[in-house]
Design a protein around this ligand. Sequence first.
Ligand code: SF4
Length: 286
Amino acid sequence: MNSSIYDRYRKCSLCPRKCGVDRTQGKLGFCKATSEVFVASYMVHRFEEPPISGHNGSGTIFFSYCTARCCYCQNYNYSRGRYGKSVTTPGLTEIMLELEKKGAHNINLVTPSHYIPSIIEALDIARLKGIKIPIVYNTNGYESEEAIDMLNGYIDIYMPDAKYSDDKLANKQCGFINYSKHNIAALKKMRKQVGDIKTDINGIAERGLLIRHLVLPGYIENTRGVLRQIAKELSNKAYISLMNQYSPIAQVKKDPNLKRRLTAEEYKKAKAYLERLGFLNGWVQD
Ligand code: SF4
């Protein structure tokens, strides 16, 4: 075990919340995760963006707990609490190797921020055991710059959300504090490490940054702000996945906007703004 990496659990500042708790002693911060890793599920998943899923699928590992509390979360069960199985670091490596053996194009770490030390250790072992496929870091985008520095050299493809330009909305809906500042700083670091998306001859991603934005019903100005920030602070050459699949859950049935799906008209406006800002790379949904 790499004790200096594992020590990062002791006065936890793995995400911008900087709770400062000793998770190795079972103390809980905002995310409520101790240093014991819980994997909610893992599978070869075929419904990510085309260069991530490819023809074989993406080797997706869903972690329990989350550094956010989005009221509309699609993974409510395992983002809010202990769910699935406790895994050791070598156990996490074995899951990665199993997914590679099943033909997955990559290892896709979903909601990983609160387990970075264990993930780094698992990747060190996976490398010794000869893992070859790219590693994808699939996050809500609320990352500390220090955490992204820790991941340098371990992650091939960053797939962060850029959820909010409106910090008040980010706080109200997900409990984020200063989301846009932390998000943009993290996206810049990620792009510096891995560049824009590069694919192999079959169109499968090998390396790069793919930024996701889920358009929320009733909040088109937030979407416009997110796209403006990316164009200004990174580049309009960045790869964007503009998603329209928002689906209301029971917990938001009283919210006048979030209780419904996105309309075709709203998504059309989001796509038009993407084009207006000159973004040419990425994916939209029809
Ligand atoms: S990872 Fe969890 S405990 Fe650590 S700073 Fe973030 S929310 Fe707090």
